[in-house]
Design a protein around this ligand. Structure first.
Ligand code: ASP
Length: 350
């Protein structure tokens, strides 16, 4: 029989509703196992509760705890890992864990969760758990999200709906698999690696500020925050394909230049699901890159945020931290984005 490591972090998939109607994690994480008693007929498993949180409260240190819990058990003979997680930030955690574990995994690492608590009999908690366990037994060597009828590459997925059972999407990449009576993985899914993965760092830096742009955003309101010592890097969540205001008095170009001078890297993401490419032909986007902002290709915003913390952690203590962040952000590690052609962001000036 197969053997799975079931890592529990919390989320609606294990939650109970109290008398006031509030949904909260169970007092004892072991209660989670009542969700699908038939699991013992499907697979042997070890249950490893690492936290018991609404995923709204999961932070970047928790990503390290998850990656460590998986990494140190990678050679323990499991067929795969299932991570039960809240849906609100599952896509951040799946991206972060993918970076920390690296490529060529010897077995699948399958995140799942649910839109409804176990008490809802027609809901998705039980079925999503059982489906994730089936996927964890397959020939798959990467971090994925299994949810509803789909398997997505973890670092390409994002939440798209807060109630429907098809809660996730992968805006710039076709799903890796479809869950039907037979679970079909498409040829793009990475199969089990034969060697042990090369673990990169599993640390994620503090000090990331993200600003979601609105028309008329005043740079001077943001400057005190970026100048704080604790600020290590800035994410500008731009309009459309990386376009950042460049016309006075609301130009953010001087803010980018100021950050770059302070060795605080700036990355540009999009407020929209990154589509086939986050590549801009418009002057305001190109000026941001010329000023030193780092484009993020078609990465989702959540993946870019996780990767940025990971890049900043690798740059800590280096002589030229900005250069390291730039290099890490521009390198493709776990197929999180299509390769960046930086010159195309600068009108061929590179
Ligand atoms: N707030 C919950 C969480 O992320 C939502 C869910 O799990 O669906 O933990």
């Amino acid at each position: 029989m197969s053997k799975i490591c079931l890592i529990y972090t919390g989320g609606t998939i294990g939650m109970v509703r109290d008398e006031s109607g509030e949904l909260r994690p169970p007092d004892d994480p072991k209660d989670f196992l009542q969700l699908a008693p038939e699991l013992i007929d499907v697979t042997e498993f070890d249950f490893v509760p690492v936290m018991n949180k609404d995923s709204t409260n999961i932070n970047h240190r928790d990503w390290t705890i998850m990656a460590q819990a998986i990494g140190e058990r990678m050679t323990s003979g499991y067929d795969g890992f299932v991570i039960a997680h809240g849906t609100d930030t599952m896509h951040f955690s799946a991206s972060a864990v993918a970076f920390a574990l690296g490529t060529n995994l010897p077995c699948p690492v399958v995140f799942t969760g649910a839109q409804t608590a176990p008490a809802i009999s027609h809901g998705d908690a039980r079925v999503n758990l059982l489906r994730a366990c089936e996927i964890a037994k397959m020939d798959l060597g990467e971090v994925v999200i299994s949810f509803g009828e789909f398997v997505f590459r973890g670092c390409r997925a994002q939440k798209k709906n807060e109630a429907r059972f098809d809660a996730f999407e992968s805006p710039a990449q076709y799903p890796l698999g479809f869950i039907m009576e037979k679970i079909e993985l498409n040829p793009g899914a990475k199969r089990k690696g034969s060697s042990l993965p090369e673990m990169a760092t599993n640390r994620f830096a503090d000090g990331v500020l993200q600003f979601s742009l609105i028309p008329g955003l005043e740079a001077e309101l943001l400057i005190p925050a970026i100048e704080k010592e604790g600020c290590k890097g800035v994410i500008l969540q731009s309009f459309g394909a990386g376009n950042v205001p460049d016309a006075d008095p609301y130009s953010l170009i001087p803010l980018i230049e100021r950050c770059v001078k302070m060795q605080k890297p700036v990355i540009v993401t999009s407020q929209f699901p990154a589509n086939s490419t986050l590549h801009t032909a418009y002057a305001p986007g190109r000026r941001a890159v010329e000023a030193g902002a780092i484009p993020t290709s078609n990465m989702t915003g959540s993946c870019a945020a996780a990767k940025f913390r990971w890049a900043l952690a690798q740059a800590e203590g280096a002589n030229d931290p900005a250069a390291i962040v730039d290099k890490v952000m521009s390198t493709v590690y776990v197929d999180e984005m299509d390769p960046i052609d930086r010159s195309s962001h600068m009108g061929g000036k590179l």
